[in-house]
Design a protein around this ligand. Structure first.
Ligand code: PEP
Ligand code: MN
Length: 333
């Protein structure tokens, strides 16, 4: 349920109303816009007397929010959420250019790629240390050593870093990581989501291979309901009957999620297509569709990559994409 307050309501009046609602065992989320204040009521709102609430002097309107996701809902928070990491911002007109290898492989590789993508205009470095691989025999990532090397690359370039967590038991290793990624395969690992909700780190939440957008938003809600509202949604392709691409990029996720939610939306054209030659067109399309960022896999030697070489771009290929993405952003601004 949301209560839109009348223009000119004083902070004291707001506080008074919030206290009254909290007394009914509700959590109250305050969204303070330039003009209006919106109170989002979370919990068992069946006990709230809507007519009584509506009749209060300071209340403009009261509406029930029918969607099961509340804190992620744009009705609760009409303005775009902007997430800050280092010198980068994501959402509300700020664009994240996230680039780096699928996996951190060694120090030279990550430093070389990080330096190159920064030069091309990337503002966040990616790199997997804990890798969720389909085969138990495939390279599983350098784990804690991978995070250590990522932190070296962060120090060398000043770029904030994003890397995936697979198990909450490793959370201590992520102390200096700027954004924690929850991969597609863990989108509905609710225990993991709840624990990440207790941290104050931004979370890059990837859509599951066979999950609806509503399910993605419900997973964001799991994180937010524990107190962490810094969630970045990521569309990375879904499983369909099509075999020409690794997954099928659901680009309409961008406007759909933007209409349903205030959270930033990032597109990953690398995992969506699985093919290096398809990354550029999908990155341009994502930018034109209004995504708040793109995440692209870049490797200094894709042919020898330990993971996802077929979809990895060389630094010069990424440089061209970054340049054209900037041009597209100017056109659609
Ligand atoms: C990744 O980004 O490295 C990754 C494993 O992606 P996804 O979870 O989307 O497959
Ligand atoms: Mn990958």
């Amino acid at each position: 349920m949301i209560a839109v307050l009348k223009n000119g309501t004083t902070p004291d009046q707001v506080q008074h109303l919030v206290d009254w609602l909290k007394n009914m065992n509700l959590d109250v989320h305050i969204s303070q816009g330039a003009e209006v204040t919106i109170l989002g009521l979370i919990g068992d709102t069946s006990r709230v007397d809507i007519d009584l609430l509506k009749s209060l002097e300071m209340v403009e309107t009261v509406k029930r929010v029918s969607e099961p996701f509340k804190q992620a809902n744009r009705k609760f928070h009409p303005l775009d959420t902007i997430i800050e990491v280092g010198n980068a911002r994501i959402g509300g007109g700020y664009f994240a250019m996230i680039a780096g290898p699928c996996s951190v492989e060694n120090e030279d590789q990550i430093i070389e790629v990080a330096t190159a993508v920064k030069q091309s205009g990337a503002n966040i470095l990616r790199g997997g240390a804990f890798k969720p691989r389909t085969s138990p025999y495939a390279f599983q990532g350098l784990k804690d050593e991978g995070i250590r090397l990522l932190l070296k690359a962060k120090k060398a370039t000043g770029l904030p870093i994003v890397t995936e967590i697979m198990n909450i038991s490793t959370l201590d290793l992520f102390d200096d990581v700027d954004i924690i990624q929850v991969g597609a395969r863990n989108m509905q690992n609710f225990d993991l989501l709840k624990e990440l909700g207790k941290t104050n780190k931004p979370i890059l939440l990837k859509r599951g291979l066979a999950n609806t957008l509503q399910e993605l938003l419900m997973s964001a809600e799991y994180i937010m309901s524990e107190g962490n509202s810094k969630v970045i949604l990521c569309e990375r392709g879904i499983r369909t009957f099509e075999t020409a691409t690794r997954n099928t990029l659901d680009l309409s996720a961008v406007p759909v999620l933007h209409s349903l939610s205030h959270l930033p939306v990032v597109i990953d054209p690398s995992h969506a297509t699985g093919k290096a030659n398809l990354v550029a067109p999908m990155a341009y399309a994502a930018t034109a569709a209004g995504a708040d960022g793109i995440m692209i896999e870049v490797h200094n030697n894709p042919a020898c990559a330990l993971c996802d070489g077929a979809q990895s771009l060389t630094p010069p290929q990424f440089d061209e994409i970054a340049r054209k993405v900037r041009q597209i952003r100017e056109v659609i601004a």
